[in-house]
Design a protein around this ligand. Structure first.
Ligand code: ARG
Length: 568
């Protein structure tokens, strides 16, 4: 594998005995512009080790390093040692590698098939799937693709919120104000209406809360009437969630929600007791975490019912047994950070050293026009509505730009839904995001449609070329001497480094941003240099770059959960 930093580091290490190759490697940088070379060593940190000024170090190294096949020139400029590489050779190696690896380009086998459990999406039954869950779904789905690309085996779990006191509230509300017919006709929207009404009424009449609690207690005892209603609400909800997952091309290995762990809790309580971790506090059972500067972790309420944390503890222990995971990753809003810290601590106190393999991946809030979205107040925007809006708007754009396109509806679905996903994954995940249609769907902006459009453009050039050329993959890289061609190639070269970073930082936005850079570099090249020129050799060389760009764009799009489109 071509690694220009490594080649340069080796070259330097042969001159300086005080530094090993890894130390030098870590310090190398890609200079911001071409006059400063292709790789640079800032000599400031070395100054202390070598007891010379940075300038002096750079000067001395520059004169002692002899150019090689790969390194054409070395220059010392104000404390930096700048390396100029043999660009045609570089381009040839990068493009060759992409051609050989194809849809594996950027992947790796560092995962060694180890198991990673990813807990994502996890909407709550009987509440709508809203934009808040969108982030968990798209971040989790992308992390899953990234892990798989890096050689891990992923187990995707949809830990549905299908247990808890809210079902007591829902049953209470249904009995008071609901009807079978309305729920059957309106589905989740009706369940949500009931849920919201419960909260409004309970403000005036607190005894409703007691009734809700008692219904939940009946559920926990397995009471027939309570269980049947709950199952019914659950079936209706899952059916609607699946519509959204289908639209987004997201899937799961298991739908094991909170209720699945209900019968696995008792032994855990026993274990906590035996390990001396449970103490009584105002009738409830808790694990005290004061020593660790955290509020106590509530395990059992005074009426004996379990809590969110209790179920998470049972689920983690079960997953460890079942899948022997290397890591178990939880993708939820940052507002749940304390919850995860607390129960991760409890697992640790139970003596499980794999507590360190539990990872919370938090993300920021989604807003629409600056307003936070919540279920209790009923101020929610349904994900399904957002998606159909996105598809509708995309179809309008297609109708005006390219009315003759085949499979318009299908393209609009992928473009529209993909635009929403892309925008969600564009910012660092911890940042809050705000939806704006104009930004999301802009074909010239830093958007999904822009990258898709670029990919389709590359596909179209390749299609046209196939009508005229017979093609082997040999090309003369000496014909690619312009700065646009080199820049495009350099960005292509960075892809494997980006996938590694996205994995280690659990950060899909690294890929999303990279795709925009790559698309921009491709378009600059495309606008400056005609590709299907008469000169056969030149055409072949430029076409090779187009193919390499197409492959890399497609690989990146798949990693963020988008289907690369051939025609838009
Ligand atoms: N259902 C929860 C919510 O909507 C998210 C569950 C996340 N996963 C977990 N294992 N706690 O907030």
């Amino acid at each position: 594998m071509l690694d220009i930093k490594r080649i340069v580091a080796k070259n330097i290490s042969e001159q300086v005995s005080q530094l090993d190759i890894e130390q030098i490697y870590e310090n190398l940088e890609y200079p911001p512009n071409a006059e400063m070379g292709d790789v640079a060593l800032p000599c400031f940190k070395l100054s202390r080790i070598l007891r010379k000024s940075p300038n002096q170090i750079a000067q001395e190294l520059a004169s002692s390093i002899t150019p090689s096949q790969f390194i054409e020139k070395v220059e010392a400029v104000s404390g930096y040692l700048n390396f100029f590489i043999n660009r045609p050779l570089f381009i040839e190696k990068v493009v060759d590698r992409i051609m050989v690896e194809q849809d594996k380009y950027g992947s790796s086998d560092i995962g060694k098939s180890r198991n990673i459990v990813i807990d994502y999406s996890a909407p709550n039954i009987a509440k709508p799937f809203h934009v808040g869950h969108l982030r968990s779904t798209v971040i989790g789905n992308s992390l899953r693709k990234i892990f798989e690309f890096m050689g891990y085996n992923c187990i995707g779990i949809n830990y549905l919120g299908d247990w808890g006191t809210q079902f007591g509230k829902l049953i209470t509300a249904y009995n008071l104000w609901g009807s079978k017919q309305a729920v059957e006709e309106k589905g989740i929207k009706e369940l949500m209406r009931l849920y919201v009404k419960f909260h409004q009424e309970a403000e005036k009449n607190p005894s409703l809360e007691d009734e809700a609690r008692s219904w939940f207690a009946r559920m926990e005892r397995g009471d027939k009437q309570a269980t049947e209603l709950w199952q019914w609400f659950k079936d209706i909800s899952i059916k609607e969630f699946e519509k959204v997952y289908d639209l987004m091309d997201v899937d799961f290995d298991y739908y094991t929600g909170e209720s699945f762990y209900n019968d696995k809790i008792e032994p855990i309580i026993e274990e906590l007791k035996q390990k001396g971790l449970l103490i009584e506090s105002q009738g409830a059972l808790i694990v005290d975490l004061e020593q660790y500067d955290m509020p106590p972790c509530l395990i059992l309420k005074k009426d004996g019912s379990t809590l969110y944390a209790t179920r998470d503890i049972a689920a983690a222990i079960h997953r460890k047994r079942e899948y022997g995971f290397d890591k178990c990753i939880y993708v939820t809003g940052a507002s749940q950070s304390l919850h995860f810290q607390q129960w991760f601590k409890v697992i640790e106190l139970m003596g499980y050293e794999w507590a360190n393999d539990l990872i919370h991946v938090p993300f920021g809030i989604v807003s629409l026009g600056g307003e936070k979205l919540a279920t209790r107040t009923g101020k929610v925007v349904l994900l399904e509505d957002i998606m159909s809006e996105a598809i509708k708007k995309t179809l309008e754009i297609i109708e005006s730009k390219n009315p003759g396109l085949e499979n318009k509806e299908d393209v609009a679905r992928h473009m529209g839904v993909g635009a929403v996903i892309f925008s969600d994954l564009y910012s660092n995940r911890i940042k809050d995001v705000s939806f704006s249609w104009d930004e999301i769907l802009n074909f010239d902006g830093e958007t999904g449609p822009y990258v898709q459009y670029t990919h389709a453009r590359a596909c179209s050039v390749i299609r046209k070329s196939e009508e005229t050329t017979v093609d082997d993959n040999n090309f003369n890289s000496r014909l690619l001497q312009t700065k646009e061609e080199y820049q495009l190639c350099k960005t292509l070269y960075e892809f494997p480094e980006k996938t590694r970073m996205a994995l280690s930082q659990l950060e899909p936005s690294i890929i999303t941003r990279y795709l925009v850079d790559l698309a921009q570099d491709f378009n600059r090249f495309y606008h400056e240099h005609p590709i299907l020129v008469d000169d056969k050799e030149l055409r072949k060389a430029r076409l090779s770059l187009v193919k390499a760009a197409k492959i890399t764009l497609a690989n990146g799009l798949r990693l963020i959960g988008l289907k690369p489109l051939e025609k838009v």
